[in-house]
Design a protein around this ligand. Structure first.
Ligand SMILES: Cc1cc2nc3c(=O)[nH]c(=O)nc-3n(C[C@H](O)[C@H](O)[C@H](O)COP(=O)(O)O)c2cc1C
Ligand code: SF4
Ligand code: SF4
Length: 172
């Protein structure tokens, strides 16, 4: 298996072997510097890329370098070594310990280009207003975050519900 779809499996595998005390190289799924940084934070000492290079060409290596450098700087980390294992111990939250409170999607109007991709919400919870900015119906939104994956500008993100929005949840 290879490519982005494998990344969650690789993340879980890295989390599971983190306590074994062996040196691990992360492989399977990373297509950008963020997923590579997640591998490192889960304890991988190095990260391997195959699909990313096949898809984007060897030039992607420069982007991986600059992206990771940017991330380290933004997080106040002085080196890759400081990132390795950063998410440990206990990087995986047990299912039963996940909070019951559901989040809701919210659009940052300045970043929105009004493409309407997010209105393909499977729960029909998003509609564009007269200015083309999406608004999420707190009664319909189930907090799945699918819409944020469809927004290519980063305008849409999940946030905590206000008390009024929490009260509007149909199941509450
Ligand atoms: C077209 C292709 C050819 C591959 N050839 C080999 C190979 O010869 N030997 C090997 O150990 N892995 C091979 N792999 C597996 C990759 O090294 C890598 O483990 C896998 O693609 C997962 O990483 P990725 O998600 O970055 O692609 C190949 C993968 C692809 C897609
Ligand atoms: S989080 Fe899910 S349910 Fe809520 S608006 Fe986005 S796609 Fe629809
Ligand atoms: S997908 Fe993103 S950019 Fe497009 S309308 Fe929705 S919030 Fe705006």
């Amino acid at each position: 298996m290879s490519g982005a779809g494998v990344t969650p499996i690789s993340n879980l595998t890295l989390a599971k072997v983190a306590d074994l005390g062996v040196v691990v190289s992360g492989n399977g799924g990373p297509m950008d510097y963020r997923s590579a940084a997640n591998f490192l934070a889960l304890g991988a000492r190095t990260v391997q890329f195959c699909s990313a290079v096949m898809k984007y060409g060897v030039g992607v290596v420069g982007e991986l370098h600059s992206g990771l450098s940017h991330l380290l700087e933004a997080r106040g980390l002085g080196s890759v070594a400081e990132l390795i294992g950063r998410a440990l111990p206990g990087p995986v939250t047990d299912f039963m310990q996940l909070p019951a409170a559901k989040q809701i999607s919210h659009a940052e109007a300045e970043l929105c280009v009004h493409c309407g991709n997010c209105t393909r919400c499977p729960y029909l919870a998003i509609a564009l207003d007269a200015e083309g900015v999406p608004h999420t119906d707190p009664e319909r939104c189930v907090g799945c975050s699918f819409c944020t994956l469809m927004c290519f500008t980063g305008a849409l993100a999940m946030r905590d519900r206000t008390p009024e929005e929490a009260a509007a949840l149909r199941e509450s």
